[in-house]
Each structure stands twice: as structure tokens, then as C-alpha cells.
Design a protein around this ligand. Sequence first.
Ligand code: NAD
Ligand code: WQD
Length: 345
Amino acid sequence: MSSQVLVTGGVGYIGTHTLVALQEVGYDVIVVDNLCNSSAVALQRVETISGKPVCFYRGDILDRALLNRVFAENQIFAVIHFAGLKAVSESLRKPIEYYQNNIIGSLVLLDAMRASGVKRFVFSSSATVYGSEAPVPYVETLQTGNTTNPYGTSKWMVEQVLQDTAAADSEFAIALLRYFNPVGAHPSGLIGEDPQGIPNNLLPYIAQVAVGKREELSVFGDDYPTPDGTCLRDYVHVVDLAQGHVRALEWLVGRTGAEAFNLGAGRGISVLEIVRAFEHATGVSVPFRVVSRREGDLPAFWADTFKAKQELGWVANLGLEEMMVDTWRWQNANPQGYQAVDTGK
Ligand code: NAD
Ligand code: WQD
């Protein structure tokens, strides 16, 4: 069996960590990425960590001719599909771009896969598909939907497409990986999350406050019905998450159909607990101010992790301490992210 895995969006945050995990267990990796939210420097860093080359096609998943060429030039065993746009608030302003990239992009990719007979697929889904009404912890058997923004709806719609595809063609084997809140960075400090502009997500914001790029953290609301009044989320280390993709690939072999798996640690941590954990793990203080709630935030959600453990043999091993220390090591070593060393490739 071929050992080549196509990773769309492989230059991004979760993609780069997954490339390292794949290379560590002997897969050859092929990346398609248009670099709309990433830097080619990250791929050099991946090669430094693994000591192995990454085969890179710079281009768009909407470019069918490019995908045809990628499938023709390689013996691809499976596809891991990260490429897409991911900012919730931006998706409200740019729904067409989000549906275009996330839905049409996935359809073009799937059609190219079908045409070339590659039918193992791992999809980057999100806990957001459980919508705004689901009870916690989120379990895979819950009905999905009730999404509240185009980003979430795009993930939900692609999940439907994939379920229908697997139902219609029994050669397809598809894992829908529903990530909770990915944080942290590779322990080498060479790769990590590199948001452009003002970070939307909590940990990158905290890290930028700690490194002196931003003055203080705004804590979005402390009047939620939670123990300390701030929202609870299920933070999961990106290195664990990367490992989940390796497990999903193994799971696909010999299987057919589409199955969803939660990838989370299985517990809710509050915003204030994260601030304290960061300060404790790094010794750096994080000034913050409580402000009003951010529109669209849910009070609390975390994963039921039983299915991923049972079927994929996957659990999140790394704790809060590692999440904080690794975030800080990356941020401290790369205060401008990849930008300072970007050669413009
Ligand atoms: P990211 O933005 O760092 O990585 C996505 C990569 O895809 C980037 O390198 C970008 O340049 C590329 N890309 C985007 N559109 C493309 C296109 N049309 N053609 C080719 N390349 C394209 O994001 P990430 O955090 O690594 O997330 C990866 C996937 O996981 C995304 O699909 C995201 O929606 C999903 N996800 C992320 C989170 C999270 O919090 N980070 C949570 C749940 C799900
Ligand atoms: C976490 C908590 C905020 C920033 C988003 C997407 C979700 C998924 C992951 C892709 C919340 C609070 C945050 C800040 C704060 N992405 N916060 N001050 O909103 O749980 O999930 O990313 O699929 O779909 O919605 O993550 O990191 O933005 O927020 O107080 O400056 O931190 O209110 O409680 P979220 P987040």
C-alpha cells in the first residue's frame, strides 16, 4: 500500500503539526495550500523537525486541474482535508468566501478524489456543528445543526455531503473529526499558531499579551452560569490532535462509511482558569479586564470522549501545563510568528 498522504491546508496551524506526526510514523506527505493564512516558512520548520522532505504544491483546492495533477503525479493513499477559512466573525461578514472555500472547495476535492479512485478521507470538522442547543457533554450521536454562523454552517454542510457520499459509494471511508479548542504548539518551539492581525482565539491573545505585543486580555463576560462566571471550553493540545489524525488514517483502512469522532480532552476549563494556568506555567503575568460578553459565545461545552477512545484508541494525553508551556515557548521564540523570517515564497 502506498504511504503517501495528501494534506490540504497542510501549511496551517493544525496541518503542520499533523505533517510532523505523519512523518514520524513513516508516511510521505504531499501538501496543497494556497498560503492564504500561512507562511511557507512553516514547511521548512516541519522539515527541520522531522528531517524529512515535504512535497509542496502551492495552489488552491478550488483549482480542479491542479488537483488532477496532484493525484496523477502521486500514489495517494488517503486525504486529510484541513484547507478552509476558519474565523467565525469574519464568516458573518464574508459568507460567500466561506461557503466558496469550505463547501465548494471540499466538493471539488471530493470529485477529484472520486475521479482518481482515492476514497479515504479525513475531514477537519468542529464542535461547532453541535450548534447552540445541544446538551453537554457533546456526544457524537446528538443531532447536529442549529449552527449560528456561516463558518459553522459550512462545516455542518460538508459533514452532510460526506455522509451522503459514503452512503452512495461504499468504497468511501470517511472520518469526520470534530475538534474542540486546539491550543499549544510543538515542543520544539519551531511551529505554532500564527494568527494574522488581532487574534480571535484566547490562547494566541494571551500569548501576545505575555510577549508585550498587546496591553491586556479582554475577558468576554463573567456573568455566565458557570463556577467562576466565565465560559468553559474543552482545550486540547495540538500535538494530541495531530496524533488523532494518524489514528484516524489507521482506522480508515478496511472500513467503509462515514463516522464522526470528537477530539477533545473531555472537560470544561474556564477563561480565568486558563489565565491562571498560563501565569503559573510560565511565570509571566497576564493583565486582563472583564468586558461584556462576545456575541455568539456559548456558556460551556466539552466533549464526550468515549467513542474516540474506544474506536480510534485515541485520548488527549497532554495537560494544561504542557499547553501553556508549549504556547509560550513558541510565542517567545517567534514574537512575530513566521513573519520575521518569511522569504515571501
Ligand atoms: P489554518 O488557517 O492555520 O490552516 C488552514 C490552511 O488552509 C492555511 O494554511 C490556508 O492557507 C489553507 N487554505 C485555506 N483555504 C484554502 C484553499 N482554498 N486552497 C488551499 N489552501 C487553503 O487553520 P487551522 O487552525 O490549522 O485549521 C485547520 C482546519 O481545522 C480548518 O478546516 C478549520 O476550520 C478546522 N478547525 C480548526 C479549529 C481551530 O480552532 N483551529 C477548530 C475546529 C476546526
Ligand atoms: C475561548 C473562550 C471566549 C478571546 C472558536 C470557534 C470554534 C472553533 C474554535 C473552529 C471563550 C473567551 C476569547 C478573548 C476571551 N474553531 N475569550 N477573550 O469561541 O470557543 O471557539 O475557535 O472550528 O468554532 O468558535 O474559542 O478561543 O475564541 O474562545 O475571553 O480575547 O475564551 O469568550 O469563552 P471558541 P476562542
